[in-house]
Design a protein around this ligand. Structure first.
Ligand SMILES: [Mg+2]
Length: 310
């Protein structure tokens, strides 16, 4: 853990520096408020600071206020050092956003305990942030494949379509479904089925552009949104996906399984206003034709298959 010390008094500075180093912390030391504020603005700034209240340039309370104005995550834990002992001064310091304070001259054991208490707070904060991140991931992604889940993908498609209409650009959807997937589950079991879904997802995700969105739409059904893509390009992309899945059989816990995809493509360009539902429906209808046409193939929706929404 790195701790920033800002203290203009050389004796106090040396004591803080040597104690904190003795207890195993990495220490950055500066002698005035401006230098401390510069360090705290850096990308890899320490998240723990011990700031003297009275310093030339910028005092500890002002630094505190500036740090809190940024409203940045993760939290920077700040201990104010003060020679003042009056209650109203301490209240003022804490109200500007300091987490704790120490009155000089301080006792080494008290300093140690306060630093530890601060670290516990930072660790808890860290755990909360990680938990929030994990929840966000869970809420937006499919557990099995790691792709976007249906709800998140639909929301993104709606946003992208609105942008497509506004900018009069293009957008395409590819709806795809693993052929005879029920047979995979029935013949090889669900673990093999899951492995097939994961591998199909991996191959598709590795082929799309960074701004394309690949989601799991249903059981063995995937939906891919291609912003800026016209029908001809979407058709080529769908063909690449089909070929990538069909080219090499999949390794699963139950052995090697040959897998193919059927795909339906639907594209819209800026001239026509098509809703997400209509575009998905058109891609689905094209997919259905690809299935009926023999599978391991793709079909492109005719613009007349899209219901125009107003
Ligand atoms: Mg001072």
């Amino acid at each position: 853990m790195r701790i920033l010390i800002a203290e203009d008094d050389p004796v106090s500075r040396r004591i803080l520096d040597s104690f904190l180093k003795k207890w195993g912390y990495q220490v950055e030391v500066c002698e005035d408020g401006k230098a401390a504020w510069n360090i705290l603005q850096q990308e890899d700034a320490p998240h723990f600071a011990i700031l003297d209240w009275m310093m030339p340039g910028m005092d500890g309370v002002e630094i505190c206020r500036k740090v809190r104005e940024r409203r940045q995550q993760p939290h920077t834990y700040i201990i104010l050092l003060t020679a003042k002992g009056r209650k109203e001064d301490i209240v003022e310091g804490l109200e500007t956003g300091a987490d704790d304070y120490l009155t000089k001259p301080f006792d080494a054991q008290e300093l140690k305990a306060r630093v530890r208490a601060g670290l516990r707070i930072l660790e808890l904060q860290d755990e909360l942030l990680r938990a929030r991140e994990a929840l966000r991931e869970q809420a937006t992604h499919d557990d099995l494949t790691g792709l976007w889940n249906r709800r998140e993908l639909l929301a993104m498609i709606q946003r992208e379509l609105a942008r497509t209409h506004r900018e009069k650009s293009a957008m395409a959807l590819i709806m795809t479904d693993l052929d005879h997937f029920k047979q995979v589950n029935d013949t090889y079991g669900h673990r093999a089925g899951d492995a097939v879904l994961r591998e199909a997802a991996r191959r598709m995700a590795s082929l799309v552009r960074v701004y394309d969105m690949v989601g799991r739409y249903g059981g063995e059904e995937f939906l891919i949104a291609l912003p800026g893509c016209r029908a001809a390009d979407a058709r080529s992309q769908a063909e690449r996906l089909r070929a990538a899945v069909a080219a090499e059989p999949f390794n699963t816990p139950a052995g090697v399984i040959a897998v193919t995809l059927s795909l339906g493509v639907a594209a819209v360009d800026g001239g026509t206003e098509v809703g997400a539902e209509a575009l998905i429906h058109a891609a689905d209808a094209a997919l259905y034709r690809a299935k009926r046409g023999g599978r391991n193939r793709l079909e492109v929706a005719d613009p007349s298959e899209m219901v125009v929404s107003h």
